[in-house]
Design a protein around this ligand. Structure first.
Ligand code: SF4
Length: 407
């Protein structure tokens, strides 16, 4: 069985470090230029250099997206940018444009790999072979590739493959959508997608009469992908890398999702039996990252209406993440940064790098000056919690589901 890579997104340095500490074998980030997700907070070259050092110290890798579909003027400065990434010591670029791929492959003294982005809609072995013949090091398969085709492609051992396992789905083939361009003038393939597919739409008939949504529900928004049940299949197929989507997501989201998949991958690779109960626990854990419904995407046959989102377009931000652990407990007190308000008596769970979620209760809270507190209403405030169990810096505390402090 091959050792598979868990690849996580990161919108900034803090998120990248969180993903690595919670078990990502590699992170992918956007630089300040030539990257999609222009609204994600992208990295300066100094930050990329800092991240490369941190990642390599922790045995992880850094992939940089250079994945715009460039118009001629967009290529100004690309060679200098690729040289700077090379000097920074990154491990790979993820790119979709033949123009950029060619320039990267022709670089002398290139130390990074060239990965072909999902935007190229690579869904079959012949397409993989096409890019392998050009000299690329890896292809990212389209989210629309079914597991049987993934197995068939991997069996040919053409070039390593990467598949998506978690996160948002485009309603169109990735890289083929012009909804945003048409409706807002923002080019999805140059980093400006306005996510027009997730807007709320009303339907009208040819005479201008509104069609009732009860009669004809309409949606262009898909459920997110959640592929915990296919991880064993992908590992056994010989996939090189499992990719989580979402460079705009929070630190908490990354910690939960990366931590859950890390536990699952480690269990499978260690040869332990993965029970239905354990799988359900992982799925429940993944569901706690955010409230947007998830489904199997294209991994359970062609998606039907069960993977569409009808009349639900907003992602609700979870308020359950309440504290970030700054220091290990000392003399029964642990220093924590407040993330959302909570009070004494709150039933909580702590989870951290290498620590599976465990339940506890906040019995006492103290200010840094030693004053006993009943409530912590201010995000970013630093307090001490009475804590007797193990915890590491970087661990997170969240409310137990449906729990309120007893008054
Ligand atoms: S509008 Fe929707 S389907 Fe189109 S690129 Fe953006 S997220 Fe994807």
């Amino acid at each position: 069985m091959n050792r598979i890579e868990l690849l996580a997104p990161a919108g900034n340095l803090s998120k990248a470090k969180t993903a690595i500490l919670f078990g990502a074998d590699a992170v992918y980030i956007g630089g300040s230029s030539f990257s999609l997700r222009s609204r994600a907070s992208n990295f300066s070259m100094e930050q990329i250099e800092e991240l490369v050092i941190f990642a390599h110290e922790h045995g992880s890798k850094v992939h940089v997206t250079v994945n715009i579909i460039p118009h001629p003027d967009d290529l100004n400065g690309i060679d200098e940018y690729l040289q700077a990434l090379n000097a920074a010591g990154i491990d790979a670029i993820i790119t979709a444009s033949p123009a950029i791929i060619t320039r990267a492959l022709q670089m002398e003294d290139r130390h990074f790999e060239v990965h072909v982005s999902t935007q190229r809609s690579i869904l079959n072995a012949a397409s993989v072979q096409f890019w392998a013949d050009r000299g690329v090091d890896r292809v990212v398969l389209g989210r629309e590739t079914p597991p049987e085709a993934i197995r068939e492609i991997c069996a040919k051992k053409i070039v390593p493959t990467e598949v998506f396992i978690h996160g948002g789905m485009c309603i169109s083939y990735s890289g083929r959508c012009v909804l945003s361009n048409h409706m807002t003038g923002r080019d999805a393939n140059r980093g400006g997608c306005a996510q027009s597919c997730r807007w709320k739409y009303d339907l009208y008939d040819g005479q201008g009469n509104q069609i009732s949504e009860t009669e004809t529900p309409f949606s262009m928004s898909s459920r997110d992908l959640q592929a915990a049940r296919w991880i064993r299949e992908f590992i056994e197929s010989g996939v090189a890398s499992l990719k989580i989507e979402g460079r705009m997501k929070s630190d908490y989201y990354l910690a939960v999702v990366v931590g859950a998949y890390r536990r699952l991958i480690d269990a499978i690779e260690s040869g332990k039996p993965v029970t239905e109960e354990f799988l359900q626990e992982i799925e429940q854990e993944l569901g706690r990252a955010e409230n947007r419904p998830a489904g199997p995407g294209f991994y359970n046959g062609l998606p039907g209406k069960e993977v569409q989102l009808y009349r639900r377009h907003d992602e609700t931000v979870t308020q359950e993440y309440i504290g970030y652990v700054l220091e290990e407990p000392q003399d029964g007190w642990m220093k924590v940064q407040v993330k959302n308000n909570f009070s004494a008596g709150q039933k909580v769970e702590l989870f951290g790098p290498g620590i599976a979620p465990y339940p506890d209760e906040i019995t006492k809270i103290q200010s840094l000056e030693g004053e006993m507190l009943e409530v912590c209403p201010h995000p970013m405030q630093i307090v001490k919690l009475r804590w007797d169990k193990p915890a590491k810096p970087g661990s997170m505390i969240r409310k137990q589901r449906d729990s309120q402090p007893e008054n």
